[in-house]
Ligand binder design. Sequence first.
Ligand code: GLU
Length: 289
Amino acid sequence: MPPPVFRFAPSPNGYLHLGHAYSALLNHDLARGSGGRFLLRIEDIDSARCRPEFEAAIEEDLRWLGLAWEQPVRRQSEHLPLYAQALATLTGQGLIYPSFESRAEIARMVAARDSMGGWPRDPDGVPLYPGTAKDLSAAEREDRIGSGAPYALRLDMAAACERAGDLSWSEQGAGPEGETGTIAASPLEWGDVILARKETPTSYHLSVVVDDALQGVTQVVRGQDLFRATGVHRLLQRLLGLPAPAYHHHPLLRDADDRKLSKSSRATGLRELRADGIGPQDIRRMVGL
Ligand code: GLU
């Protein structure tokens, strides 16, 4: 049996806090305990928010925590053509369509429908895209794209689910409601998700499944905030012919006011804690490892 492969996959759009430390240490400990490998992946496709200095700080903080990972570190921004290829596969399956509405326009359309009865929301509370652009003709799409209009490329979720059939995943941790074991995937609850934009040929969902497969990741250990998104990931894996890793979602650490930790909170930032004289072993204790 080849060794299990774990990864910690932060986005360099801020400094790490205790929640990241917990996730990274848990991945690392599980890899150590099972004779597995531990990878670091930098998820930096959002060029507007990600910065090289955050990436350097992430590596410094993880080293300070006592972690070691394989080289080279994979940086998603260096592999955009690969994600574009995966997108082309889905386009070839007739599952991708462009939509041209701005966020504000979508909010207006949804508000109008909301007043006629609740408009459905995705698990993150964002109103589902109403699917209006699906009805545009091929000529209209070409016209708008040709005119330089911004657009998002969306997955036709109903068609994708029909093509993929029933999907599930093996949950070795637990979802927010304690769900564990074999979990039935419900990607339909996300609606027609965006898989790419005019200026970025990929999205979190697309690049995460492509990279997990390419890097041979067998164990995805990450926060419970991504539990429901796993349904979309399983769907993309099936459509793209990629293997399914096992998943382990862990609870999110909360601050003293029972709020999710945020990258801007000074009280739980690893750099601030270090400056206050806290050591790596204290961090382990603080996150319960
Ligand atoms: N890059 C994502 C984040 O920082 C994590 C992705 C994952 O673990 O699947 O929230």
